[in-house]
Every structure is written in C-alpha cells, then in structure tokens.
Design a protein around this ligand. Structure first.
Ligand code: ADP
Ligand code: MG
Length: 238
C-alpha cells in the first residue's frame, strides 16, 4: 500500500481464533501526539486489537505498520524496544516488588545509572513518589492503575496502549487520569485508549474508532461519533 504519515497504521486486519473472527478487516491509523479511542461493546475485539498491536497475535490477514515498518516479524518480547508499550485491562502490577521496582521493570533494556532517577521522575508524574519504597500490593486499586501507566511509560514509548485505564476509578482519580493522558499526549506520544467512561473518551480523543462484532462500525471525531445513529444503537444508546 501507499506510505502513510501516521505512526501507527492498521490495514485490513482480520484475527481469527479457530473459525471465529475476533477482528474482521479492521483499519485505522494514529498520528504521534494524538489520542485515538477504541470503543465498543464487550467482546467487540478491542483488547484483541491491542494484542495484535503488541505482536502477541499475528493477524490472520492484513498488516500493522508502526513507524514505517511492518510488525509481521516482530516478537512480543521485543515490542517495547520498537517503541510500543501497554497497560492491561486486568491490572498486572508486581505486588511483591516495590513501587519503584515495578517502574524499573518497565525499562527493560535501558537500565543504566540514570534509571532510578528516571523512575522516580515518572512516579512523581503519576503522584506516587511518596510510595516508591512500599510494596506495590499495599497501594490502593486506583494507585495501582497509575503505577501501571508509569511502568508502561518507563520504556519511553512512541505509542502507548491503554486498556480501560479508568476502570474502577472515580472522582479525583478519574480527573488525575485525564490530566495524565493529556500530559502524555503533549509529550508527543500517540495513545490508543480503550475506555468505557464516555466522558473520558469524549474529552480526550482526537479521533474515535468504534468496533462492533470485530468490525469498524464508525470512525470520526467525538462530535461525529456521538451523533452517529448506528453507534447510538449498538453502544452509546441506553
Ligand atoms: P473486548 O476487549 O472488545 O471486550 P476482546 O478483544 O477481549 O473484546 O474479545 C473479542 C472476542 O474475541 C470475544 O468473543 C473473545 O471471547 C474472543 N477472543 C479473544 N481472545 C481470544 C483467544 N485468544 N481465543 C479465542 N477467542 C478469543
Ligand atoms: Mg477488553
């Protein structure tokens, strides 16, 4: 296909498990420094999309291009080195490690004499610096969500994938998460945001892709998606 200016370019991806297509001909692109929300009902294929973007799965058809190169031969263990990082829908914090060590674990190959300082700066950014030396399991649930974002940022990604980061967050935590995502975007990082909190999605997204039964149902700005009849019926309506 034609070259693209986008950092991430997903072209016609189908992901089959046995005979079942979790994704069918899914295409979208994300530019640096922008937030693209991936929304849709449970089972629509959102997390599967993130698993494809981190090379956990190889697409059955179609291709993913990141920073101009295909991910076809990428290994999921090397994906952070390419500049792609993620958080998980179900928290994957290392409870028996300190908060600081959780962030250091996210640095992979780039541990050097500056690592501790960089990790502390990230903890400062997410509001957890005072907890650096506690065991991660002693953090509140909301704090663990922020720790996961800090760990994902530790490898200096160009693309950050956030799978339901606001799940279970309320009030001040939700506001802090929005501010954090805006800060990440201001640093020029591209963000793919899976989220069910529509206020978060509508406030932060530069573009929205709606998945339904593994297919792209709609694509557009927040205003366009909110006005879309098919999206209202499949997902937003209530
Ligand atoms: P979402 O994140 O949008 O809620 P998922 O991407 O987790 O949805 O799942 C989409 C569909 O693909 C679901 O029906 C799910 O059961 C199925 N699925 C996801 N991963 C696998 C897998 N590894 N093997 C078989 N089916 C899967
Ligand atoms: Mg999911």
């Amino acid at each position: 296909g034609a070259p693209s200016a986008a950092l991430l370019d997903v072209r016609g991806v189908t992901m089959s498990f046995g005979g079942f297509n979790a994704m069918t001909d899914v295409s979208f692109s994300v530019a640096s420094g922008t937030v693209m929300a991936l929304i849709g009902p449970n089972g629509a294929g959102k997390s599967t999309t993130m698993n494809v973007l981190t090379a956990l799965y190889q697409p059955s058809a179609g291709a993913v291009f990141f920073d101009g190169a295909s991910l076809a031969n990428a290994k999921t263990t090397k994906i952070a080195m390419l500049g792609i990082s993620r958080t998980f829908q179900n928290l994957q914090v290392f409870g028996d490690l300190s908060v600081l060590d959780n962030v250091l674990a996210g640095m992979h190959h780039s541990i050097d004499k500056h690592a501790n300082g960089r990790a502390m700066a990230l903890l400062e950014t997410v509001g957890l610096a005072a907890h650096a030396h506690q065991l991660a399991r002693n953090l509140s649930y909301g704090q663990q969500r922020f720790l996961e974002v800090a760990r994902a940022l530790a490898c200096n990604p160009m693309l950050l994938l956030l799978d339901e980061p606001a799940a279970g967050l309320r009030g001040a935590d939700l506001a802090a998460l929005k501010a954090l995502i805006l800060l990440i975007k201001e640093h020029g990082i591209a963000v793919v945001l899976i989220e069910h909190h529509m206020d978060v999605v509508m406030e932060l997204s530069d573009s929205i892709t709606v998945l339904n039964f593994g297919q792209v149902l709609a694509r557009g700005s927040a205003a366009e998606i909110q006005a879309n009849q098919a999206v209202q019926e499949a997902y937003l309506g209530a």
